[in-house]
Design a protein around this ligand. Structure first.
Ligand code: ADP
Ligand code: MG
Length: 239
């Protein structure tokens, strides 16, 4: 990289070299709950990837997170693990049953993949996940949303359909909003939908945004949707 790139990165990210300082972190040393450690072992995840090592401890503190890391760096588990850890200790009373977490993905295919990984990491918990994407029946999804899944994994367009048209679905009690592949969501033309979804969320919430690239429009989305985020960057060449 050029000196100019290096200094821009150093100014932008809180941990310009997260990857170099996290090599001895383990999932055990993060004090994760047993059902999660068991699922991670079953998945063959022996130790956290650099973005996981950097993001999970910060996310567990409830802070907003911006994660910059390329495709294949393990971003899904970086946000799914802290979400599940938080939901394990939620109020399980019937009255408390409502959607607590929304994960937004740019395409149906990526949402399906995210749902599969999240379900596997949560397989020893009672957390319920729901997939809300185009191509599936709106009626069927509405019926599923009425059962108040804890985590909704959605494309922005389809989530908006339900926000506008499914009377029993709201984000009023949301705890965590995740925007995965934010640069791609903006490329797919979802800027207005993202703004509408953010406005429908409570102000008091945790928000995490992950993106392979940090463009001006991603910056704008961060300013709109996140509150004093910790910015984490992982250099792919050190992963
Ligand atoms: P990204 O979203 O950054 O593109 P993914 O979350 O899809 O990356 O993960 C990429 C691949 O790495 C997946 O096949 C996933 O199962 C695997 N993976 C993720 N975390 C770990 C880990 N800690 N150990 C081993 N493999 C992992
Ligand atoms: Mg991903």
């Amino acid at each position: 990289e050029t000196a100019a790139e290096a200094s821009r990165k150093a100014a932008y990210f809180d941990t310009p070299d997260a990857a170099t300082s996290t090599s001895d972190v383990t999932f055990q040393s993060m004090n994760l709950s047993r059902p999660l450690l068991k699922a991670l072992a079953n998945l063959g995840f022996e130790k956290p990837t650099p973005i996981q090592a950097a993001a999970i401890p910060v996310a567990l503190l409830g802070k907003d997170v911006v994660g910059g890391a390329v495709t294949g760096s393990g971003k899904t588990a970086a946000f799914v693990i802290p979400i599940l850890e938080r939901l394990l200790f939620r109020d399980r009373g019937k009255a408390a049953a409502t959607t607590r977490v929304v994960i937004l993905c740019p395409t149906r295919e990526l949402a399906v993949q995210c749902h599969a990984v999240a379900t596997r990491i949560g397989s020893f918990t009672d957390v319920r996940f729901s997939l809300v994407v185009g191509g599936l029946s709106l009626k069927g999804q509405e019926a599923e949303l009425r059962t108040r899944p804890d985590v909704v994994i959605a494309t922005p367009g389809r989530l908006i359909d339900h926000l506008r048209n499914s009377p029993s679905f709201s984000l009023d009690m949301l705890d965590v909003l995740i925007m995965d592949e934010a640069d791609r969501m903006l490329e797919e033309g979802f800027a207005a939908e993202l703004g509408e979804i953010i406005s429908a969320c409570p102000k008091q919430r945790q928000t995490m945004l992950f993106s392979a690239t940090m463009t001006d429009s991603v910056d704008e989305l961060i300013r709109m949707g996140l509150n004093k985020p910790v910015r984490l960057f992982v250099d792919p060449r050190k992963s």
